[in-house]
Design a protein around this ligand. Structure first.
Ligand code: PDD
Length: 285
């Protein structure tokens, strides 16, 4: 049984409790982060901590812990759960006021709730990274602040189910004819040695893996172009791939049933995956 962290306590997972009045539960009024763990160490903790701070700030929500405390909790959970590879899920909500109300509670009276737990997962040797994944396209009908990492994940979750029903692995969301991102990852295409991915804005989550992968691509003399692209352009590209903390870099081999490039995982995607994992192992703390 896992040990999880809830509001200052480390508890067995079946003893951890959150109030029925918690605004995360009633209103999806909460933010989250997923930090990957390799060799029992945290990958890009600083990037995740900074984005968390930004998400909280954008929603005018107080953090119940400092960044140093957060790091200590992450490390303690890795240790007590003997987690070698996988991730740490962290969620902060606007807490549990005395009743349901649309207005935010006074933060002096209602402290934020915080929950963290570990998830063991094979990351470096995930079979889908070698085989490549298939995606379908769906309309992006999410709200306009996708740059904030909120727990409002119903539509991405529905998108994942639409993909499964269609026999695919995931969905790429499309708005005004251009791909925004995957249900829980950023989306890319490759043409020649050029990597194309949508520019940062409120329309997509500013992926921590995205930032690292684009930096590594430039260091490896690959060209990077930050702009939108359509499903048709992606289907005609040489390669396609996704990035996230839970997938790292994974090649996309079919889009809406049509093969991308040779229909096999692309060389550039696999090379970026290799470099990313190598660097993450070196820098993890
Ligand atoms: N999802 N876009 C969306 C909509 C996401 O939910 C995620 C991450 C990303 C990639 O961000 P990062 O590289 O920082 O993981 C992009 C996490 C992993 C999840 O929901 O489980």
């Amino acid at each position: 049984m896992r040990t999880v962290y809830v509001n200052g306590e480390y508890l067995p997972e079946n003893e951890a409790k959150i109030s029925v009045f918690d605004r995360g539960f009633l209103m999806a009024d909460g933010v989250y982060e997923v930090t990957s763990v390799l060799d029992g160490k945290l990958v890009d903790f600083e990037g995740h901590a900074k984005r968390l701070e930004r998400s909280l700030h954008e929603l005018d929500m107080a953090s119940p812990v400092t960044t140093d405390e957060l790091l200590a909790i992450h490390r303690e959970l890795v240790q007590v759960n003997q987690l070698d590879e996988g991730g740490i899920y962290l969620q902060i909500t606007r807490g549990a006021p005395a009743d349901r109300d649309f207005a935010f509670p006074d933060p002096e009276e209602t402290p934020s709730s915080i929950v963290l737990f570990t998830q063991a997962k094979n990351l470096a040797n995930a079979p889908s990274a070698q085989a490549g994944i298939s995606v379908i396209s769906i309309e992006d009908i999410r709200w306009g602040r996708r740059d904030i990492k909120t727990v409002q994940l119903l539509y991405p979750s529905m998108g994942k189910m639409m993909a499964k029903k269609a026999g695919a692995d995931d969905a790429w969301m499309v708005e005004d004819g251009q791909v925004t991102e995957g249900t829980s990852n950023n989306a890319y295409i490759v043409k020649g040695r050029k990597i194309i991915t949508r520019q940062l804005s409120n329309d997509i989550l500013h992926g921590i893996t995205r930032a690292a992968v684009l930096r590594l691509a430039k260091e490896a003399q690959m060209e990077v172009e930050e702009r939108g692209f359509s499903i048709e352009e992606a289907q005609g590209a040489d390669e396609a791939f996704i990035t996230s903390a839970t997938t790292f870099v994974q090649p996309v081999v079919t889009i809406d049933g049509s093969s991308v490039g040779t229909g096999q995982p692309g060389k550039i995607a696999l090379r970026l995956r290799e470099i990313y994992i190598e660097e993450s192992r070196k820098k993890a703390l």
